[in-house]
Design a protein around this ligand. Structure first.
Ligand code: NOJ
Length: 566
């Protein structure tokens, strides 16, 4: 086995694994995953070879949005365990050389957070200005349709403003009405957040994944947004995405929270709508903002005219073009994050892959993602080839975004429930949120109780115990990909160049270092194709998902990685 490389900063050769605690492993039989459940699987993570765990929120929460609505940043929700359990998890990971990054949700709090409770007490509350309170639109009666201070829609359906009868004003919530937006214009808010972040770093964590962090700076004038044809609400995003003070706030955060500490931390900003030009600024080390961002361009390519609920087929050329632009755009300055999946996206295998070519498509997609330049993220179960879920009624869904959309579409817009359900089956976030398949036993070995959301029936075939140690499994392929990043400097630093950019099925590129070139090629289709002329796959085969790779064609979803001298 080749030697493990080491880069500076450490996250350049790291692979991150996202744990969505509610669905990972349940230790106490209440049907909800918990911290002790994760502690029980640290050897699994260590065996897979990942370097970092990103833990989705485990803080105290009313769970309106599964923990992305936090009511106390300093405590662990009893559903997940205790602070001691969290400390044990941090130690168990650190003992195995795995770092841990916590989710940081500070664009909004829960409406049950004491800050908001105090803010809502009245216009004279010392914390009134910690959130965005506004009177009804001039001339309108508060609480009546059309009286909202702006025409912005919420991500979870309806207006982004909630009327608050007791104090006669509205408050802003870009997500659910139980997730009021914090007012970052107020320096006390920022200081309270930085203090909390320092407290977590002192406790031993290794960084933060920052939820919708490019929404924290809003244009204080809060102008109306443009209303697209046929839409009820305006698009407020030009007034809150990467707003006027975003760079200032992130630089201040870097100074106040991270500067002067001995360790090097990892900061990842989730940034819907971020452009390459903006990402370059956010991740330029010289500017002292973030290490990498999550961009959303490639996961929007199968969204139709009305967004994620009106899906369209993926065009492979568009996918390649988009990802290549990001590779090139951040080649000299900044750094990419690489992901197909997370708790907000449907399962990539069902989405961009092909369940009829289950093993080959899972591994082909993994190959073309992991061997780009950047830091790869694996979402729990992706390494097992988990798929979208055959939900057959609305009662089986749990996600607030999904449920709100269903009710709005059916009850307000009169769409047929069956066609809305079709859209949900393809695009709902719940596809990613069903329990991880550990075994073929009842409830996939996730819990001894009744799981909070149904387990996918295909856990009898697709599960960890059937795949670990078994060559030719998706799990072992992911292990090999991770090991390649750890041992081959060209995977980390090599220059990216797209090959055959116009080919409708072959995703191929080179990564070039001083003495070695890697050629990566995958057929993202179910038809056998001829190798494009500029894709030369001679050389030492480092990885392949077909047993006999030496041919001039790529069979359905075949992927190959070869090494050549430069
Ligand atoms: C992005 C998170 O990933 C998502 O799950 C959540 O609903 C919203 N931000 C609001 O926090």
């Amino acid at each position: 086995m080749s030697e493990r490389l080491s880069h500076d900063p450490w996250w350049r050769d790291s692979v991150v694994y996202q744990v969505y605690p509610r669905s990972f492993a349940d230790s106490d039989g209440d049907g909800v995953g918990d911290l002790r459940g994760i502690v029980g699987q640290v050897d699994y993570l260590s065996d897979l070879g990942v370097d970092v765990v990103w833990l989705s929120p485990v803080y105290a929460s009313p769970h309106d949005d599964n923990g992305y609505d936090i009511s106390d940043y300093y405590s662990v929700d009893p559903a997940f365990g205790t602070l001691d359990d969290l400390d044990d998890l941090v130690s168990a990971l650190h003992e195995r050389g795995i770092r841990i990054v916590m989710d940081l949700v500070v664009n909004h709090t829960s409406d049950e957070h004491p800050w908001f409770v105090e803010s809502a007490a009245g216009p004279d509350s010392p914390k009134r200005d910690w959130y965005w309170w506004r009177p009804a639109r001039a001339g309108a009666v508060g609480g009546q349709p059309g009286a909202e201070p702006t025409n912005w829609g919420s991500f979870f359906s309806g207006s982004a403003w909630q009327w608050h009868e007791p104090t006669g004003e509205y408050y802003l919530h870009l997500f659910s009405r139980k997730q009021p937006d914090l007012n970052w214009e107020n320096p006390e808010v920022r200081e309270a957040i930085y203090a909390m972040m320092r407290w977590w770093l002192d406790r031993g964590i290794d960084g933060f994944r920052m939820d919708v962090i490019n929404f924290i700076s809003k244009d204080p004038a809060l102008p109306d947004g443009v209303v697209a044809p046929g839409q009820r609400w305006g698009d407020g995003s030009p007034h809150y995405m990467s707003g006027p003070r975003i760079h200032e706030f992130l630089q201040e955060m870097r100074r106040e929270v991270f500067a002067g500490r001995d360790s090097t931390y990892l900061t990842i900003g989730e940034m819907p709508g971020v452009t390459i030009e903006q990402a370059r600024l956010f991740t330029d080390p010289a500017r002292g903002e973030l290490d990498m961002v999550f961009q959303f361009e490639h996961v929007a390519l199968d969204h139709g005219a009305e967004g994620k609920w009106s899906p369209r087929e993926l065009d492979v050329v568009e996918l390649k073009t988009s990802l290549a632009r990001w590779q090139e755009g951040l080649a000299d300055t900044g750094w990419n994050s690489l992901y197909w999946s997370n708790h907000d996206q449907p399962r990539v295998l069902s989405r961009f892959g092909d369940p009829d070519h289950w093993y080959a498509s899972a591994t082909a997609l993994a190959t073309v993602l992991h061997l780009q330049r950047g830091t790869p993220f694996i979402y729990q179960g992706e390494e097992l080839g988990m798929t979208n879920v055959p939900f057959d009624s609305i009662e089986q869904f749990r996600d607030i975004e999904t449920l709100n959309y269903f009710h709005e579409a059916v009850e307000e817009h009169g769409l047929a429930a069956a066609s809305v359900l079709d859209a949900l089956r393809r695009a709902s976030r719940d596809n990613a949120r069903t329990p991880v398949h550990w075994t073929s036993d009842a409830h996939a070995g996730f819990t001894t109780g009744e799981p909070w959301i149904a387990v996918h029936p295909n856990h009898d075939r697709i599960n960890a115990s059937a795949q670990r140690g078994r060559s030719g499994s998706v799990y072992e392929y992911y292990r090999a990909l991770i090991a390649l990043r750890h041992t081959n400097a060209v995977v980390v630093d090599g220059t990216f160049r797209m090959l055959a950019p116009e080919h409708p099925a072959v995703f191929a590129f080179t990564r070039t270092g001083d003495a070695e070139r890697l050629v990566i090629a995958a057929n993202l289709s179910a038809q056998s194709v001829e190798l494009p002329a500029d894709v030369d796959l001679r050389g030492t085969v480092l990885l392949t998902n077909y047993a006999d790779p030496a041919r001039a064609r790529l069979r359905p979803w075949e992927a190959r990685v070869v090494s050549q001298p430069t």
